[in-house]
Write a protein that binds this ligand. Structure first.
Ligand SMILES: [Zn+2]
Ligand SMILES: [Zn+2]
Length: 275
C-alpha cells in the first residue's frame, strides 16, 4: 500500500513509493508544450517487467533518458495526434536508430498518428544513413488502436473509447490494473461510464476554471469537471494531469476536491504511483 493510499480526503504529491510490480510514472504533465520544469504529456506503465510508453509529447525522450527507461520500452501507445502527445516520436525514433538500430517498437495510436509518422518521415529523413532514411517507419511498427475489442499491449489488455476532442482521441482502460487514462477529453456521460470503478483514474485537468474556455467545443476539462468525473466514476484515486500551468495545479486540486471526496494526486515529473 503506497503512502498515497493511506488517507482519503487528502491532497498531496507522492514522490517515492515502495517498489511493487506495477507502477504509473509521470514523465511529463504539461498541456500544450514543455515548461515549468516539465515535459508535455508522457507516462510509463510498468507491469511485470514490461514497460509501456503512454503518449510522447515534447521533452518526454529527455525524461525517458534521464530516468533510464529509453532502452527498455516494450510498446508505445499514442492517444491522439496532437503535438503535445506525439511530437517527440521523432526524437524517440532517432534515439532508437542511432548509432545502433534497434528492432521496430510496436506502436498503437489513433489512426491520424499514421499521418504524423508519414509526415515526420518525409521531413526528417537522412538518406545518407540507411537506418534513418525513413526513421519513423523503421523505428516503429504502427497499428491503429481498435475499438471493437480489447487489444494486447505488452501482455496487458487495453480497451479504448473515443473522447470529445478535435481530433480522434482515445481514452484508455487497463482493466487488469484498474487504470484509466482520459487522454484529452471533455466530460461526458460516456467517459464517466468508461472510467467507472477505476482504482487509479488519470484525468486531464487542463484549466483550474472553465472561465473563458470552450471546454465542450474544444474538448478539455476544468478542475471542477475532473472532480466530477472522479466522483461519477467512483474512482478510488484521482490523478490530475495535463495542466496548462503547473503553477496552478494545487489550485486545481482544491477545486476538484469540492466535487470528489477521494484521494487526489497531482502529477509532476518523476511521480511514481504504485499499484
Ligand atoms: Zn493535450
Ligand atoms: Zn489534444
Amino acid at each position: 500500500m503506497s503512502a498515497a493510499t493511506t488517507s482519503p480526503h487528502t491532497i498531496h504529491n507522492v514522490d517515492s513509493i515502495t517498489s511493487q510490480t506495477t507502477e504509473f510514472i509521470v514523465l511529463g504533465c504539461r498541456a500544450g508544450s514543455p515548461g515549468e520544469g516539465s515535459a508535455a504529456s508522457g507516462y510509463l506503465i510498468r507491469h511485470n517487467g514490461r514497460t509501456i510508453l503512454l503518449d510522447c509529447g515534447p521533452g518526454v525522450v529527455m525524461e525517458l533518458t534521464r530516468l533510464g527507461f529509453a532502452d527498455h520500452l516494450d510498446a508505445v501507445l499514442i492517444s491522439h495526434a496532437h503535438a503535445d502527445h506525439c511530437a517527440d516520436l521523432v526524437a524517440l525514433a532517432y534515439q532508437r536508430l542511432f548509432p545502433v538500430p534497434k528492432p521496430p517498437l510496436p506502436l498503437w495510436g489513433a489512426a491520424p498518428v499514421q499521418q504524423v509518422l508519414d509526415a515526420l518521415d518525409a521531413v526528417f529523413s537522412i538518406p545518407t544513413l540507411p537506418a534513418l532514411a525513413h526513421p519513423l517507419s523503421r523505428a516503429f511498427a504502427f497499428m491503429p488502436i481498435p475499438t471493437a475489442a480489447p487489444f494486447a499491449v505488452a501482455d496487458l489488455l487495453v480497451e479504448a473509447t473515443p473522447t470529445v476532442h478535435p481530433t480522434l482521441t482515445f481514452a484508455l482502460r487497463f482493466a487488469e490494473l484498474g487504470l484509466v487514462y482520459t487522454a484529452d477529453a471533455a466530460l461526458t456521460d460516456e467517459l464517466a461510464a468508461f472510467a467507472h470503478g477505476a482504482a487509479l483514474l488519470v484525468s486531464e485537468c487542463t484549466y483550474p476554471s472553465a472561465d473563458g474556455h470552450d471546454l465542450n467545443g474544444h474538448g478539455h476539462m476544468s478542475a471542477t469537471h475532473a472532480g466530477q468525473l472522479g466522483a461519477r466514476a467512483q474512482a478510488q484515486r484521482l490523478l490530475l494531469t495535463h495542466f496548462s500551468a503547473l503553477s496552478e495545479a494545487a489550485l486545481s486540486a482544491h477545486i476538484a476536491a469540492e466535487q470528489y471526496s477521494g484521494e487526489i494526486i497531482l502529477a509532476h515529473p518523476s511521480l511514481r504511483v504504485s499499484f
